[in-house]
Write a protein that binds this ligand. Structure first.
Ligand code: SF4
Length: 400
């Protein structure tokens, strides 16, 4: 066991102090987090660590949690990060001489999940004999939208937590109803005392900051009210996919639907293909097709390389809510239109996304619609012509 993990083990000893102050009973938590040096240690060490070292540290972290817990659980979305988490937990249980299936797995089913995820969930639950607990929301996405009086612009572009209009954004209400409430109810029912989560710091700035603030092993006295273990906190996306390939871990088919949305300019493309030729071949890319701009769907490993090194505009899907408005600004509608046309139509017409999005299309598209159809998409009644607009230009919402 590394010094960092030993430090987590010796420093995270949560204890609730109950004391009196001015005749009032007060409570204060102690030793919920490791010191700063420990929390930062693996962050720096992971920059040069090998994949097998990262695996070892992840398993050891899970083991210290499992040895303390009576009712542990792995939180799993059946996305790639959480499935690596489940896999590492199963290895940790085996190393402790226990049954690898002897742990609860909780899945937050939002009733808004991709078919790929549902099918994969059934397959892997049977394959690994998972003890699965499934949460269910009280309302569907459609009902949340209807209760709000329909979709508004803020649903697409207001960030969660933004109260500038003095009211809770629809996306926040939506997450509260579909995700947070059902999960809180489940936590209360099962009294889990250790939650293993697949959070990775390089997914967003907020996650990176949360990683440094709380570390890889800590006590959550607000959200979970239990110990929390983050075994892959400092893994990169490349690490995850290298590990999946190395261990031959099955994953859901959503990750094979990475859409190239824009190629770099031709002379730049040729120059970059020459520069990264070996790397492109190593992930199985067809160089000739790439040069001719004939590839539109690539694997995840290929997508990571094309996006990071060759600066392609790509949409790499995530496991999560299928009809979510949040990724719309990153090319989601183009992706949905190609891979899930029926769901795309339901979003645009049944959920009312089209009505809200029509005023947000880029100026050149607005101009084209006006010129050919004589419809002014900035007008209040533009949504009445939605069908006509989309028949003329199906890609109207591709670049919002
Ligand atoms: S659809 Fe989007 S906003 Fe709604 S719960 Fe899912 S992630 Fe949150």
């Amino acid at each position: 066991m590394t010094e960092t993990i030993r430090n987590y083990d010796s420093q995270v000893i949560p204890y609730l102090e109950v004391y009196k102050e001015e005749n009032r009973t007060k409570k204060r938590w102690h030793h919920t987090r490791a010191d700063k040096e420990t929390r930062y240690a693996h962050y720096y060490q992971h920059k040069t660590a090998t994949l097998s070292e990262k695996e070892r540290w992840g398993i050891d972290l899970i083991k210290i949690g499992l040895q303390r817990a009576v009712r542990p659980v792995v939180s799993c979305s059946f996305g790639i990060d959480s499935i690596v988490d489940v896999y590492l937990t199963r290895k940790a249980l085996i190393e402790l001489g226990r049954d690898p299936s002897d742990i609860d797995i909780v899945w937050n089913d939002t009733a808004n999940e991709f078919q790929d995820v549902r099918q994969y969930q059934k397959f892997i639950t049977q394959e690994w004999n998972l003890r699965l607990k499934i949460t269910k929301p009280e309302k569907t996405l459609k009902h949340i939208i209807m209760d709000n009086g329909g979709v508004t612009d803020d649903y697409f572009f207001t960030r969660k937590g933004d109260r500038t209009k003095n009211k809770q954004p629809l996306s926040e209400k939506c997450c509260g109803t579909l995700k947070h409430k059902p999960m809180k109810k489940m936590i209360k029912e099962h009294e889990w005392d250790l939650v293993i989560v697949g959070l990775r710091a390089d997914e967003s700035t907020a996650r990176f900051q949360a990683g440094l603030r709380d570390g890889e092993f800590f006590y959550s006295n607000s959200e979970w009210k239990s110990l929390v273990c983050r075994p892959i906190l400092w893994w990169t996306e490349d690490d995850i996919w290298d590990y999946v390939a190395q261990e031959d871990i099955p994953y859901n088919s959503l990750y094979d639907k990475n859409q190239i949305q824009e190629y770099p300019e031709q002379s730049k493309l040729i120059q970059m293909i020459d520069e990264f030729n070996e790397q492109l071949l190593s992930v199985g890319l067809d160089i000739e097709k790439l040069k001719k701009r004939e590839l539109s769907t690539v694997t995840r490993k290929q997508a990571i390389l094309l996006k990071k090194k060759l600066k392609f505009k790509l949409f790499p899907p995530r496991t999560g809510c299928m009809m979510c408005p949040i990724p719309v600004k990153y090319g989601y509608m183009s992706w949905m239109r190609e891979y899930y046309p029926k769901v795309y139509n339901a979003m645009v017409h049944n959920l009312g996304y089209g009505k809200a999005l029509i005023g947000m299309v880029p100026d050149d598209v607005k101009e084209e619609i006006k010129q050919f159809l004589g419809i002014d998409v900035t007008a209040d009644n533009a949504h009445e012509f939605l069908q006509e607009i989309l028949e003329f230009k199906p890609c109207t919402f591709d670049k919002l």
